[in-house]
Design a protein around this ligand. Structure first.
Ligand SMILES: [Zn+2]
Length: 70
């Protein structure tokens, strides 16, 4: 966990890990649940696996990379 890269190709896209999986970096999107903003993974695989944590790392989740974002 000593090496990470900054996300410099798309500063608007948040990236991060979900739950205990610190290897898969998903795109993160903000959703409102109970009127409070929460970060969740953009792909179905990354959801419901725990709390999303934002990182300054490059997205490496294939499912997330396949999702076009603005
Ligand atoms: Zn993902």
């Amino acid at each position: 966990m000593r090496s990470w890269t900054t996300v410099d190709d798309d500063t608007k896209t948040k990236a991060g890990t979900v739950g205990n999986d610190l290897h898969t970096v998903h795109k993160l999107t903000t959703v409102y649940r109970d009127e409070r903003p929460r970060l969740v993974a953009a792909c179905p695989d990354g959801r419901n696996k725990g709390t999303a944590t934002e990182w300054l790392r490059s997205v490496n989740c294939p499912a997330c990379l396949a999702i076009p974002t603005d």
